[in-house]
Design a protein around this ligand. Structure first.
Ligand code: AMP
Ligand code: MG
Length: 313
């Protein structure tokens, strides 16, 4: 990131080429400016969290040029098809079960079995040219308000991202509505550009977050391995599978060079790989080596602490 000059590009083809090359590019949708990255590129997705300075890994919305492309990464149900027909392209995000063969980085869905997908207005050409899902949260620093003009993005992220595609001011100006369609009753997770009344006209009554019955493992931000996980381990036991960071080897290496962006990109894959190793037998649990509490290390440690917390609550 150091020394990077953020360029304002006027051309969607240039923005698409940068995204395909793994760079971070902000662009305007009808809601707010998104901070985009190739969702199939682990390092690029980790770069989003680094650029925003996010202290935790919340799942990101993946953007597609059309409905058919979105269904390539998630399994739609009848409710999803009805909502897509009525509201896409538009300010509606649907959370659906992630396809097992999806190439979207695990970090983009924060290790969850679900994925948030949306078809936005105005950037279909860009998304088609990228040819891959584009993960994009709002293009602001963590805790700041969402930008609705290219100059707002520059004020927030200058020097932290490769480019902004100036698509003019955003029409809606508020984020997309997020509806979770994974459970038996659709649940409104976030109000936004599509009103609750408009959703209920298609779906019937919505559940409030927390009231619907959801499958274990589907709860936002609670991905945890089945295996016991010990944190900040400098001397692992012989029967522990080691989540390594830095020069000492382990059963899974987050980053041998101690690079926190690389470690973030590998985090959920590492937890899943080691969890499978423990499940297969021969290991008693997972021992995570210490990660520095700086930069992306804050978000990595936050997630490791949640993964190590007592279960069943
Ligand atoms: P932002 O990327 O800042 O626009 O925020 C994305 C919103 O979608 C947040 O409220 C996330 O918690 C929510 N979201 C994204 N993916 C998922 C998911 N797989 N499950 C539940 N909520 C999600
Ligand atoms: Mg935001």
């Amino acid at each position: 990131m150091g020394g990077l000059i953020t360029r304002i590009v006027a051309d969607g083809a240039e923005a698409a080429a940068l995204l395909r090359a793994g760079a971070l590019v902000a662009f305007g949708t009808e809601t707010v400016y998104g901070l985009g990255a190739d969702a199939t590129n682990d390092a690029a997705v980790a770069g989003i969290f680094a650029a925003k300075g996010r202290p935790h890994f919340n799942p990101l919305i993946c953007h597609y040029p059309d409905e058919a492309a979105a269904w390539g990464d998630v399994v739609p149900n009848d409710a999803a098809r009805s909502l897509a027909a009525r509201f896409w392209p538009g300010p509606l995000t649907m959370v659906l079960p992630r396809r097992a063969d999806s190439r979207v980085a695990l970090l983009a869905s924060a290790g969850l079995d679900s994925l948030a997908v949306r078809v936005p207005v105005g950037v279909g050409g860009l998304l088609r040219a990228v040819g891959r899902p584009v993960a994009a949260p709002s293009a602001n620093r963590s805790g700041h308000i969402s930008p609705t003009r290219a100059e707002d993005v520059i004020a927030e992220l200058d020097g932290r991202i490769a480019a902004v595609w100036d698509t003019g001011p955003c029409a809606v100006g508020v984020e997309s509505t997020v509806v979770d369609l994974c459970g038996p009753v659709p649940t409104l997770l976030r109000p936004g550009g599509v009103t609750r009344d408009a959703l209920e006209a298609v779906l019937g009554p919505l559940a409030e977050p927390g009231t619907a019955i959801r499958a274990p493992g589907m709860l936002a931000s609670h991905y945890a391995p089945d295996a016991p996980l010990r944190l900040n381990v400098t001397i692992p036991r012989a029967d522990e599978a080691v989540l390594a960071f830095g020069p000492t080897a382990g059963q899974f290496q987050l980053s041998a060079s101690g690079d926190l962006t690389e470690a973030a990109a590998n985090l959920f894959t590492g937890l899943r790989v080691l969890d499978a190793l423990v499940r297969a037998g021969g290991w008693s649990g997972i021992a995570a080596m210490p990660i520095p509490e700086s930069g992306l290390g804050v978000a990595i440690n936050d997630r490791l602490r949640r993964a190590a917390a007592p279960r069943g609550s």
